[in-house]
Write a protein that binds this ligand. Structure first.
Ligand code: HEC
Ligand code: HEC
Length: 215
């Protein structure tokens, strides 16, 4: 597999460890279920990046799962984050949104799904640290425009639509400036059920969902 994913490292960095300055997201060490969901999303048109999609458009789910497992198993240190790119008051607004959300707008805290350490949760939820600011801004924007979609119900689309451009900019600036401690990993499980339902994460219990609810 290491040689078969050579083509991927041109953009995702050697061994899937992208730099903090560029746009390309790191893929090493992310939860395998999240990675395979994304590869399927690109292949099936829910996400778009033609220069990458052409490499995977004919691959089967099983093969994409092998690729995802390969990158998920890589355990590589993170580069230090770039210096914060916003004034302290903006960074503080970003931190509060991530850690507490905004109950007045029914906006759940990002940490309630992405994990208290923001490193993601096995097997389907990605971390929010170690990603470039431009990438974070663009993903949240893409969910609003529909250019990025997840399996339904698309909780991130609902969340992104509640965020103002100022919120997004504050969140992204704060997240991109957080260091990732050596040895940080996705959490093994959520401490509490998800605050709202997310497709692609159906194995994870959801607060208030009836167990037999049809989908
Ligand atoms: C031409 C550059 C390029 C190549 C080659 C490439 N990628 Fe990507 N990849 C990207 C970019 C850019 C994104 C983010 C696209 C977006 O949604 O804006 C991405 C996103 C991803 C994601 C989702 C990451 C996340 O955090 O959501 C995965 C997984 C991924 N790539 C895996 C691969 C694999 C596996 C290969 C090799 C088969 C590969 N990529 C080859 C540029 C590339
Ligand atoms: C209800 C649970 C939930 C909440 C709350 C939530 N997220 Fe997410 N988030 C997810 C799931 C699930 C995914 C994976 C979606 C997919 O499979 O494409 C995700 C993916 C993401 C991604 C894509 C990461 C990548 O590598 O491409 C970003 C960025 C993100 N969320 C940011 C946020 C921010 C910022 C907040 C707080 C404002 C937030 N999320 C709150 C569940 C949640």
């Amino acid at each position: 597999m290491a040689s078969r994913v050579q083509a991927c490292t041109a953009c995702h960095g050697k061994e899937g460890r992208a730099t903090p300055t560029g746009y390309f997201p790191r893929i090493a060490g992310k939860p395998a279920g999240y990675l395979v969901n994304q590869l399927i999303n690109f292949r099936d048109g829910r996400r778009s990046y033609p220069q990458m999609t052409y490499l995977i458009e004919h691959l089967t789910d099983a093969y994409l799962q092998e690729m995802a497992d390969h990158f998920a198993a890589l355990d590589l240190p993170y580069a230090p984050p770039p210096a914060p790119q916003a004034p302290p008051a903006v960074l503080e607004r970003g931190r509060v949104l991530v850690e507490r959300g905004d109950a007045s707008r029914d906006l759940p805290a990002c940490v309630s799904c992405h994990g208290a350490a923001m490193m993601g949760v096995q097997p389907f939820i990605p971390g929010l640290l170690g990603l470039p600011r431009d990438y974070l801004n663009s993903q949240l924007g893409a969910w609003v425009t529909g250019q990025r979609r997840a399996q339904a119900p698309d909780c991130m689309a609902a969340i992104a639509r509640k965020l103002s451009p100022q919120d997004v900019s504050a969140l992204s600036a704060w997240l991109a400036a957080q260091p990732v401690a050596v040895g940080s990993k996705p959490a093994a499980a959520l401490p509490a059920p998800l605050p709202i339902q997310c497709g692609g994460v159906m194995a994870v219990p959801v607060a208030s969902a009836s167990p037999a609810a049809p989908r």
